[in-house]
Design a protein around this ligand. Structure first.
Ligand code: NAD
Ligand code: DAU
Length: 337
């Protein structure tokens, strides 16, 4: 039996992971510790609210007392750390909250984990810490860190802190670095859900620059299965890259989505490029595949189709997100610690 604290479990990947973990591990207790920023939406987990193994705590990872109280009250032995500011465009508009949450919040969690002798700390990171690739090659765990956006720099700083706590204090930390995720409950500020909801609303689809930047897409459920495996069997102090060898140019994804939605390409608008826009990401997943036997289960064709179907079926979910209603409702119903 494990008592697991998941940070950021009300966000996109965190909520998918919470559901995955409860489905996969009958014998566990799971605490979802989330500040409910604009990206946190407890509605993502409304189906499991009655599960006796699950507790939601509204709390900020930067608040040491709140973190310690949760670790103590729920006798936490395992932390899976998703909580972060996650959107590159927002980090370009203002880096401060990225440093506060992603760097200082991670340091607070690491200190609290030491204090409470946590047995396992999985830090969820990103391929963006490696920077940008040319037309050839892939990121391995040995690729030097070269973050280019304030978001990526804050994640790289957090990664280095987490590894330093392993080397200095022996805290059993393990790191994952995944490529771009897509799937249900992704906030419609990221490429795939933004293009879907804009197309459904008959609005323009803003493609940055020439649209030829490349991202390596993974279905969120496959990211969850990889994290779970690293949590069970990953070696402390190690980094595991996660990706499905699935590179796409942005413009090709946008065209594919329009075809799936039966909408015209005339909705595409090429707009000013993102400052410092990384050209290409591609993950070499060889280590996690060899060491832990992980491989993705969902093809891009079926994952993208089911994601489009999800956004069609869950129109109410994204309309409440777009209108801001989701925040008003839950702001009233969850007390902050
Ligand atoms: P998200 O923005 O959808 O969710 C972030 C969650 O963290 C939200 O629920 C938010 O309320 C919570 N949060 C933010 N600040 C907090 C704080 N101070 N205290 C407690 N909770 C706080 O993010 P996501 O896309 O689900 O990403 C989750 C993690 O995975 C992040 O660490 C991100 O860097 C990493 N990651 C994301 C991707 C991707 O494609 N989305 C890929 C690789 C890695
Ligand atoms: O690689 C992992 C990272 O993927 C995660 O660490 C981040 O949290 C996550 O946000 C994501 O970062 P990206 O910047 O790659 O994702 P985003 O969805 O913002 O953009 C994907 C690509 O699409 C990128 O090349 C920019 C482009 N884009 C994005 C938006 C929002 C557009 O052309 N138009 C848009 O409106």
């Amino acid at each position: 039996m494990h008592n697991v604290l998941v940070t950021g479990g009300a966000g996109f990947i965190g909520s998918n992971f919470v559901r995955y973990f409860l489905e996969t591990h009958a014998d566990c207790h799971l605490v979802n510790f989330d500040a409910l920023t604009y990206a946190g939406n407890p509605e993502n987990l409304s189906d499991i609210e009655g599960d006796p193994r699950y507790v939601f705590v509204r709390g900020d990872i930067c608040n040491r007392a709140a973190v310690e109280e949760a670790l103590k009250e729920y006798k936490i032995d395992t932390i899976v750390h998703f909580a972060a500011e996650s959107h590159v465009d927002r980090s370009i508009l203002g880096a401060a909250v990225f440093v506060t949450t992603n760097v200082m919040g991670t340091q607070v969690l690491l200190d609290a984990a030491r204090e409470h002798a946590v047995e396992r700390f999985l830090h969820v990171s990103t391929d963006e810490v490696y920077g940008s690739l040319g037309p050839q090659g892939k990121f391995t765990e040995e690729t030097p860190l070269h973050p280019n956006s304030p978001y990526a720099a804050s994640k790289a700083a957090a990664d280095l802190l987490a590894l330093a706590y392993f080397h200095t204090y022996g805290l059993p930390v393990v790191l994952t670095r995944c490529s771009n995720n897509y799937g249900p409950y992704q906030f419609p500020e990221k490429l795939i859900p933004l293009m879907i909801v804009n197309a459904l609303n008959g609005k323009d689809l803003p493609v940055y620059g020439d649209g030829l930047n490349v991202r390596d897409w993974l279905f969120v459920g496959d990211h969850c299965s990889a994290i779970d495996l690293v949590l069970q069997r990953g070696a402390p102090g190690e980094v595991y890259n996660i990706g499905g060898n699935n590179e796409w140019k942005n413009i090709d994804i946008v065209r594919l989505l329009l075809r799936l939605l039966n909408k015209p390409e005339s909705l595409i608008r090429f707009v000013k490029d993102r400052p410092g826009h990384d050209r290409r990401y591609a993950i070499d997943p060889g280590k996690i595949s060899r060491a832990l036997g992980w491989s993705p289960a969902v093809t891009f064709e079926s994952g993208l189709k089911s994601t489009v179907e999800w956004y069609l079926a869950y129109r109410k979910w994204w309309e409440r997100v777009m209108s801001g209603e989701y925040m008003e409702y839950y702001g009233k119903n969850y007390e902050a610690r």
